[in-house]
Design a protein. Structure first.
Length: 235
């Protein structure tokens, strides 16, 4: 579904990613874990076309997307929930959700079905349709951001640090929704610092440190890995 092959990325003369390879198969949830500054968001920006790599290739659904423009990548079926949410605070929940579908052809055609999907996953949003997003709590805004991404019926959903700034109970609630999303045929790439929570909702994971993939394994094996225990789980 999504394949990154030996990707090298730099900001000017500062290299950030070294030969990074990663795969997300159809119907799979995969985690990318690592500390601040490891290069996780840089990888996301490269996949979405915000950054052009020095070398390496990115494929989606059998098509090379390495140098495609962002809007074309989104139309192919990749949706991003950015770390900062990037919602429209003065607009209502409904208006924010519609924005997630309006610029993707099949999203516009299936908007009614999309609303039904996000209301099933996040019932509270149906009650808050007319509320301005800027007046909502951080956890509610994160739900809006995920729902907005789902309005385009993506094949792959990328979540960049969704737990940042949320209290643990909200993180658990949000992550529990990812299993429901995956059951609906959406592949997931979860970018997270919260390794403990993240490993509960993915099948496989990669650990990115200093711009390099240092570990790849099943979620169960990563939980039991001594390096992961010491560096990320505090054990």
């Amino acid at each position: 579904m999504l394949e990154i092959d030996r990707l090298n990325v730099a900001y000017g003369k500062v290299k950030v990613l070294w030969d990074v390879s990663l795969k997300v198969k159809e119907g799979e949830a995969v985690g990318l874990f690592g500390p601040n500054g490891a290069g996780k968001t840089t990888l996301v920006n490269s996949v979405l076309g915000f950054l052009r790599p020095i070398s390496g290739k990115i494929f989606f659904d059998g098509i090379e997307i390495t140098n495609l423009e962002t809007h074309k990548i989104v139309k192919l079926g990749i949706a991003l929930v950015p770390q900062e949410r990037e919602l429209f605070p003065a607009m209502s929940v409904e208006e924010n959700l519609r924005a997630g579908a309006n610029y993707v052809p099949h999203g516009r055609e299936k908007m009614k079905e999309a609303f039904e999907l996000v209301f099933t996953l996040f019932p509270v949003l149906k009650e808050r349709l007319k509320q301005k997003v800027g007046t909502m709590s951080g956890g509610e805004q994160r739900m809006v951001a995920v729902a907005r991404a789902l309005m385009s019926f993506p094949k792959v959903l990328i979540l960049d640090e969704p737990s940042v700034g949320l209290q643990p109970s909200i993180v658990s609630e949000l992550f529990s929704k990812l299993a429901d999303i995956k059951k609906r045929g959406v592949s997931i790439l979860l970018i997270e610092q919260n390794v403990r929570q993240g490993l509960k909702v993915v099948e496989r994971g990669y650990v990115l440190e200093n711009g390099r993939i240092v570990m790849e394994d099943s979620s169960q094996n990563l939980i039991n890995n001594e390096h992961v225990k010491k560096a990320y789980l505090g054990l």
